[in-house]
Design a protein around this ligand. Structure first.
Ligand code: GLU
Length: 283
């Protein structure tokens, strides 16, 4: 089945959009135009403690001001926790996830005690403390109300998955997926019934995204997403990881660094055309 081309821009409403976001949004929009398809907008707001409605409203306003359009309704992740729970249940039925009661501090202590602990792209990987808990103990602790995350058992997952796992990256070509380098990733957090890795994988599937354009910083995460897609029986999108925009000081734009927001530029009298022109030579 040939799916109609679809890309997506998937910001988190944790601050105002800045030039780095505009660059990413335009990359998604241009890729959709090039393919004769559609760019979707998705609101990645699973972290309810950091996301704010005013930032979400500003996303629509600022992208609209830039001249971007997207189909409605927009998918807002926090409206779809049931979808992620359903997919977690499938992984649970396959025996591929386990509850993890560790606190962040306990994990750090454990890692500090074994200096040779393996590192992944995001730092030291989870040392597996809860992986082999006696199931009766795990059930008892859950029943007693102890908070837990759900982790993927990466070794079992690798055995359950197709032996030849690849993803297609527009610039690098065919990449052999090596999800094991992340270890047992969290698929549902203690305070949130999903995680970035699970939500983005499920959504790209449910929204039939055919080309996921996103920042180079997420390239490594694609290894994990490819594994989840395989376990859940999804057709994977292709990927295009674009470089990250940096400020004149050579630093990546970030919300907390008081980066140049689109609204600040607009308030200073800049036009959308001027903002787009600023990004053009960088594209
Ligand atoms: N929400 C992610 C971000 O803000 C992008 C999602 C993705 O492309 O994986 O960086």
């Amino acid at each position: 089945m040939i799916l109609p081309p679809r890309t997506r821009f998937a910001p988190s409403p944790t601050g105002y959009l800045h030039l780095g976001h505009a660059f990413a949004a335009l990359a998604a929009a241009r890729a959709a135009d090039r393919l004769g398809g559609t760019m979707l907008l998705r609101i990645e707001d699973i972290d309810q403690s950091r996301c704010k409605p005013e930032f979400e409203a500003a996303i629509y306003e600022d992208l609209g001001w830039l001249g971007l359009r997207w189909p409605e309704p927009v998918r807002r992740q926090s409206d779809h926790f049931a979808d992620y729970a359903a997919e977690l249940a499938r992984l649970d039925d396959a025996g591929l996830i386990y509850p993890c009661f560790c606190t962040r501090a306990a994990i750090q202590r454990e890692i500090a005690q074994s200096p040779s602990a393996p590192h992944g792209p995001d730092g030291p990987i989870y040392p597996g403390v809860c992986r082999d808990l006696d199931p009766r103990e795990a059930t008892g602790r859950r029943a007693a109300g102890e908070a837990f995350a759900l982790r993927l058992d990466s070794a079992k997952a690798r055995v359950a998955a197709s032996p030849d796992l690849f993803f297609e990256d527009e610039t690098r070509g065919r990449i052999a997926a090596q999800p094991e380098k992340f270890g047992d990733v969290v698929l549902a957090r203690k305070d949130t019934p999903t995680s970035y890795h699970l939500a983005v994988t499920v959504d790209d599937h449910l929204q039939a995204v055919t080309l996921a354009t996103r920042g180079e910083d997420l390239f490594e995460a694609t290894h994990v997403h490819r594994l989840l897609q395989d376990l859940l029986g999804y057709t994977p999108p292709r990927y295009a990881h674009h470089r990250l925009l940096t400020n004149p000081g050579g630093k990546r734009y970030a919300k907390r660094e008081g980066a140049v927001t689109l609204r600040a530029l607009r308030d200073a009298g800049e036009t959308p055309e001027q903002v787009i022109a600023r990004l053009q030579p960088l594209g």
